[in-house]
Design a protein around this ligand. Structure first.
Ligand code: TXA
Ligand code: MG
Length: 354
């Protein structure tokens, strides 16, 4: 049985938090909102609860969990030998969507770290997440609260769809703020290595760090990483059930981009396939001819507001599946700022790139 606990995001109900904390303390699993996406939490020291997270999500056991802390003292309970550079980032970006990979404290069960000697840790900037950790009074291990391979949940309803009946409780505090997950950086190499672009831009992080961060190809969403650096990377992610084709910007002008979508969509429409287009405010009017031919047109947001596009993305990928299209075409964006994060998610979600 899964219970749904509703509360206000900014003024969390203390009774609801107490209930959720009790479930966690007894070894249960609770989905809760963070500023990025909903997480599926368990007490970090509870190996059985961690095992249940992997089972509930159907997550491969070598894909480690992120540890969520409420205050800076908790950092020393999960990590050791923390490099000075990490504190530079922590001072500015915590609480917030930045996850740091650091040496693991021996007390952290290996099941949580997927067998690694490192931990991924962050301090979330969401009143419900922070108050919940405080109430439990131990760090909370929490991956995103979706079935493995599905888009991350930005609303409680997404968690219900994926995990109802598989977990003990879901705290529903409405839609999350960023709608994409935290930025993950490995601080144990020099230069620091971006493992996953996220809600904080790499440009902002480099400015605070005062140096460049290495952006490997896999962080752009290409290929498969053999390395055990960020084990999650090798698995398929964020995928809708619908076959998704990503049309990348490359050197195309916006008109060329839209024309590529139109000509590709026409091929599918002429074959009688139910076709869906995911465009942006700037191009959406160019697709009216496709709409007349029966295509479904969806709008992600404006290219001048990548925050909005990132925020809508996972919900849009989930909505796509309810439209039962045979094929969907989505526009890429430029890889600057949040564009890097959006392109990482789109490349992973798509089965073909043009
Ligand atoms: O915003 C977020 O980060 C959300 C919310 C709930 O906090 N969490 C999230 O967790 O996205 P998850 O499990 O979906 O993604 C965690 C990622 C995985 O790709 C995993 O491989 C990586 O973090 N990770 C965890 N521990 C790691 C470690 N020790 N070294 C390298 N990568 C690690
Ligand atoms: Mg995830």
């Amino acid at each position: 049985m899964t219970i749904i606990l509703k509360t206000n995001a900014y003024k969390p109900d203390p009774e609801i938090l107490r209930k959720a904390a009790d479930i966690l303390i007894k070894g249960g699993l609770v989905a809760f909102p963070t500023e990025t996406v909903y997480g599926l939490g368990a007490v970090v020291y509870d190996e059985n609860a961690a095992k249940r997270i992997f089972l509930a999500k159907m997550r491969p056991p070598d894909n480690p969990l992120i540890i969520h802390i409420e205050n800076i003292e908790m950092l020393n309970e999960v990590a050791v030998n923390i490099p000075e550079e990490a504190y530079k980032l922590i001072k500015i970006f915590w609480p917030g969507p930045l996850t740091l990979v650091l040496p693991r404290h021996p007390r952290i069960p290996r099941i949580v770290t997927g067998g690694l000697d490192t931990v991924a840790v962050r301090m979330p900037a969401h009143p419900v997440a922070l108050e919940l950790i405080k109430e439990v009074n131990t760090p909370i291990a929490a991956p995103s609260a979706n079935l493995a391979g599905r888009p991350s949940p930005t609303r409680a309803q997404h968690v219900i769809t994926d995990l109802y009946g598989r977990i003990d409780a879901i705290i529903d505090a409405g839609e999350t703020l960023y709608g994409v997950e935290s930025t993950i950086i490995n601080m144990l190499v020099d230069p620091p290595l971006l493992l996953r672009p996220g809600a904080y831009t790499i440009e902002d992080i480099e400015r605070v760090l005062g140096k460049k961060i290495e952006i490997p190809e896999f962080a752009r969403g290409y290929g498969e990483a053999e390395i055990a650096l960020a084990p999650g990377i090798k698995y398929r992610h964020y995928a809708p059930e619908t076959l998704l084709i990503l049309v990348e910007v490359r050197n195309r002008s916006l008109i060329e981009l839209a024309n590529t979508i139109i000509s590709t969509a026409m091929e599918y429409l002429n074959r009688g396939e139910k076709t869906c287009i995911i465009g942006t405010s700037e191009t959406i009017n160019m697709y009216s001819s496709l709409s007349e031919k029966g295509a479904i047109i969806l709008e992600l947001g404006s290219r001048n507001n990548l925050f909005e596009i990132a925020r809508n993305l996972f919900n849009m990928l989930r909505e796509l599946d309810s439209l039962s299209c045979n094929i969907a075409l989505v526009e890429g964006v430029e890889e600057k700022g949040l564009g890097l994060t959006i392109m990482n998610r789109l490349r992973k979600a798509s089965s073909r790139r043009l």
